[in-house]
Design a protein around this ligand. Structure first.
Ligand SMILES: [Zn+2]
Length: 327
């Protein structure tokens, strides 16, 4: 407890004043010692307070000229409480449903599938996003509601950093997990419900598998990047290499793929920041081997299921259309 529940004052005020005094005296002669003293002060302050943000910035300035190994590890300041809170439920629902309707209209006009396909596909994206939302609710993380953006899919903006890579991975795998179940349900309906034995339902299953498989690519900021970081952020290098090869192959055969370009644009800085010597030692990535193995195994199983299901439904669609569907 950092703040007194009765008076609202800081519990460790005396200790903080002493640390601040020492740190300020040290700043001239020994900036590293000063940064380390300020670092101790941070532990005594609520992360969403103004002094926390100011001291955090000061540590950044003091350690700017130092070798990276010397910079004390500091958690970034949390957003102020009012920016961290979830939207009230009616507002959240309005944002999600409104952006879904917009996406359905855009897809219905611009894609060949018609409005039924557009509505079904956006519905499958919602099933994926709700997997993330459920995991975030479970861990009490605040985030924006899912917002649908035509041709980009849907985004959830975290308003709070997860406490460690394990929680981030579980939030990350929630989406592809429910999304895969959603696509498998379409596939089941196609097989077992005569009224649903239509190319449309099969197409929805196929694109559901494609959507979730794409999101499993092991690069941040995709879900696969968040999941594989719980095993090792080095897996991102594999994902990045694959993505670069895929991007240039697409460019050569079909022209620039802007979704891949956008993923690369966000992936490269995050990968560089995490894999540099200092970032690798971040305790954020130190999680139990049991959790690493479980998350890694689930990721592989999900990937294999999606690959097989995509290839199977792709072949079935080819029989309908007489040609490859091309994704
Ligand atoms: Zn996702």
């Amino acid at each position: 407890m950092l703040v007194c529940t009765n008076c609202g004052g800081l519990v460790h005020m005396d200790r903080l004043n002493a640390l601040a005094g020492e740190a300020m005296r040290a700043e001239e002669q020994n900036p590293l010692a000063a940064a380390l003293l300020w670092r101790q002060a941070l532990d005594l302050l609520p992360p969403d307070s103004r002094p926390y943000a100011e001291i955090h910035q000061r540590i950044g300035q003091l350690s700017a000229g130092m070798p990276v190994e010397a910079i004390p590890l500091v958690a970034p300041p949390a957003l102020p409480r009012e920016q961290r809170e979830n939207d009230p439920l009616p507002l959240a629902v309005a944002k999600t449903v409104g952006s879904m309707l917009l996406s359905i209209v855009v897809y219905a006009y611009l894609l060949d599938g018609g409005w039924r396909f557009a509505a079904g596909f956006v519905g499958l994206m919602l099933v994926h996003e709700m997997g993330h939302v459920l995991a975030m609710w479970y861990y009490g993380l605040s985030a924006s509601p899912p917002i649908f953006i035509p041709f980009l899919g849907a985004l959830i903006n975290l308003r709070q950093n997860p406490p460690n890579a394990k929680v981030e991975a579980i939030v990350g795998i929630g989406g592809p997990l429910t999304g895969t179940v959603g696509a498998l349900i379409c596939y089941g309906l196609y097989h077992y419900v005569p009224a649903m034995h239509t190319p449309l339902v099969l197409e929805l299953a196929y694109f559901g598998f494609v959507l979730n498989l794409f999101n499993l690519l092991p690069v941040p900021p995709l879900d696969g990047g968040r999941i594989t970081a719980a095993v090792s952020p080095w897996i991102w290098m594999l994902g990045l290499a694959g993505l670069v090869v895929w991007f240039f192959a697409q460019w050569y055969y079909h022209g620039i793929n802007f979704i891949l370009l956008l993923v690369l644009f966000f992936a490269v800085p995050r990968i560089r920041a995490t894999l540099r010597p200092h970032g690798r030692d971040n305790p954020y990535y130190r999680i139990s081997p049991a959790a690493s193995w479980t998350i890694g195994a689930l990721y592989v199983v999900l990937g294999v299921v999606l690959l097989l299901a995509k290839s199977e439904t792709g072949k079935m669609l080819m029989r309908y259309y007489g040609h490859d569907i091309g994704i």
